[in-house]
Design a protein around this ligand. Structure first.
Ligand code: 9MR
Length: 362
């Protein structure tokens, strides 16, 4: 049987052969391409993932192991082992690590959640940032120093840190990180900060840090959006406004949910949950072509926008490698089957993957 050359190229590329450039190669010189990974992957327990990660990505973010709950389980006890392994894995594979994260209201260790007295919270805050940031200085490329400190209206979230330390705690977090990690880039990271009110809050916060003479190197827009409904105009305005502050702009937790939203708002607040009900989990037997196409065109629209502003964007990180590991299978409703990433449950590239790569050669 003879196969025409164009068909052959498509066949070959659909199987992810050497002819298809990897994401990191396609966007080399534009921005880093990262993914959130977990211990199963850094310990290389899964051979398909072990092959795929170093080929596709030049940046990684630990999805969970550097969060306070895991890294700092008791007042005087730190659990460095998983993060040390992750750093060694990244060094072996020449991948930059964005450490995630130092100060966040969520996933806090129990001893801190129970703490009433402000002096003890302050002592935790100083010890936590100083101990962890200094240990990994020169080992990781960057830190999400403060994560998700803002409400949707741009005011400060009423976290334990705001309540006990007051509104300057964010500047103080960056000041401590700067001292402990002089060789590490320091970022603020949040979801929905492309939206005008929350964006204005993030801009005020960055300006406040800068006015205090403290270093902040970048801002991470998480990018938990919906397939077919990506807020492109707000994203573009954010790229322009954030970069005008002289900081790197990054998209740090990109994924596009294809499932119905139980609410009329968009949030990545892990504290929020919704009940399951009929019609909320429509694709348990696979994603129909129409939904697959919509996901691909949504990703293509986004990457075209990213490329238009490539000089202002330093990294695009997907929140996970493959659809099977995505947090969106359990958020905001537990136990659904979502398809938000460029690789499917067998680590095979999806239409979205090829659509992303194709934005380089329109
Ligand atoms: O994807 C993460 C999930 O596995 C965890 O259970 C959850 C709570 O720690 O956090 C998820 O990651 C969040 C990230 O750390 C901050 N932005 C929102 C992300 C999705 O919830």
């Amino acid at each position: 049987m003879r196969i025409a050359l164009p068909a052959l190229i498509v066949l070959v590329s659909l199987h992810g052969s050497a002819q298809t450039p990897a994401l990191k190669e396609a966007f080399r010189g534009d921005f880093l391409i990262g993914a959130a990974i977990n211990t199963r992957q850094t310990e290389e327990k899964d051979t398909a993932a072990a092959r795929l990660i170093p080929r596709q990505f030049d940046a990684l973010t630990p999805e969970n192991i550097m969060k306070a709950e895991i890294m700092h389980p008791a007042w005087d006890r730190y659990n460095f082992d998983p993060a040390d392994k992750l750093v060694a894995y990244a060094q072996r594979n020449h991948i930059k690590v964005n450490a995630h994260n130092l100060i966040w209201h969520s996933q806090l260790p129990t001893f801190l959640r129970r703490m009433q007295d402000a002096d003890s919270v302050r002592a935790y805050f100083v010890n936590h940032i100083t101990t962890i940031a200094s240990r990994y200085d020169g080992q990781v490329y960057s830190w999400d120093v403060v994560n998700e400190a803002l409400n949707e209206d741009g005011t400060l979230r009423n976290s334990i840190f705001l309540k006990k330390l007051g509104p300057d705690y964010i500047v103080e977090a960056f000041r401590l990180a700067q001292k402990a990690a002089p060789h590490t880039r320091l970022y603020y990271n949040d979801y929905n900060i492309e939206q005008p009110k929350k964006r204005a809050g993030a801009i005020a916060l960055i300006k406040k840090i800068q006015a205090a003479g403290v270093r902040i190197d970048g801002v991470g827009i998480q990018g938990h959006w919906k397939s077919g409904n990506v807020p492109l105009a707000a994203i573009e305005a954010s790229i322009l406004e954030f970069s005008a502050l002289g900081v790197e702009v990054m998209f740090t937790e990109l994924d596009l949910s294809v499932l119905p939203n139980p609410w009329d708002h968009n949030t990545a607040d892990v504290g929020q949950v919704a009940a399951n009900r009929a019609g909320m989990n429509p694709y348990t037997n696979g994603l129909p072509d129409s939904a697959q196409d919509l996901l691909a065109s949504s990703y293509a629209d986004l990457f075209r926008l990213f490329l238009r502003h490539k000089g202002k964007i330093s990294r695009i990180t997907f929140w996970g490698i493959d659809d099977g590991m995505s947090w969106l299978n359990d958020f905001p409703i537990r136990g659904r089957t979502n398809y938000p990433l460029p690789f499917d449950r067998n680590y095979q590239p999806k239409k979205a993957y090829f659509a992303i790569i194709a934005t380089k050669n329109p």
